[in-house]
Design a protein around this ligand. Structure first.
Ligand SMILES: C[S@@+](CC[C@H](N)C(=O)[O-])C[C@H]1O[C@@H](n2cnc3c(N)ncnc32)[C@H](O)[C@@H]1O
Length: 171
């Protein structure tokens, strides 16, 4: 699958992946998501993840949550309100929406989608559109997770945000 961003042309690799893919067990959330939602064959899950992380690690601003594979822990979905948020998102005809600010690959909103939230009500923004693009590649869902659901934030073009939110706030 061809990458849909320019990251592969960025040299040199500034932060190679730090350790092996650390998600536990055959039934981990990451494996369930990638196999059942993304359709990645069981035997290719690890190499698929590694290929994305290698590309992302070449970014000039390689976040440790990527290079340490911490994004596979889906920390946003471990929020105490996860079930409440999911309930509101999955109620029939719900108009509730979720915005993940600083979503990186968008792994947390993919988890909400996997658990039944309508993708048209899920939004992710990130400083770097390259990470959003790699998210589509990682989760193999360009056709299901409409491009309009992933907003390229313009925050980096502002000198000061009008409202300060903690970096990973889920609204
Ligand atoms: C530490 S990572 C966390 C990613 C993800 N939320 C998670 O929990 O795994 C921080 C992310 O926030 C993004 N970010 C940093 N500053 C931002 C800003 N001003 N606006 C939007 N995204 C930002 C980064 O590009 C990066 O993807």
């Amino acid at each position: 699958m061809a990458p849909n961003n320019e990251i592969s042309s960025i040299l040199p690799a500034t932060a190679p992946p730090q350790k092996s893919i650390g998600f536990a067990g055959a039934d981990s959330l990451a494996r369930q998501l990638l196999e059942q939602y993304s359709g990645i064959p069981r035997g290719r899950v690890k190499s698929h993840i590694r290929a994305i992380v290698v590309k992302a690690s070449q970014h000039p601003d390689p976040y440790p949550c990527i290079t340490s594979f911490r994004f596979l822990q889906f920390e946003g979905t471990q929020h105490p309100l996860f079930d409440t948020i999911l309930y509101h998102l999955t109620t029939p005809n719900s108009k509730q929406t979720l915005l993940d600010i600083g979503c990186c690959f968008g792994q947390d909103i993919r988890m909400y989608a996997f658990r039944g939230a309508p993708t048209q009500n899920l939004y992710g923004v990130d400083l770097y559109p390259e990470f959003l693009g790699l998210g589509y590649e990682l989760f193999n869902d360009t056709d299901r997770f409409g491009v309009i659901s992933m907003l390229e934030t313009s925050l980096r073009h502002q000198e000061k945000p009008t409202r300060i939110l903690s970096r990973d706030t889920l609204i």
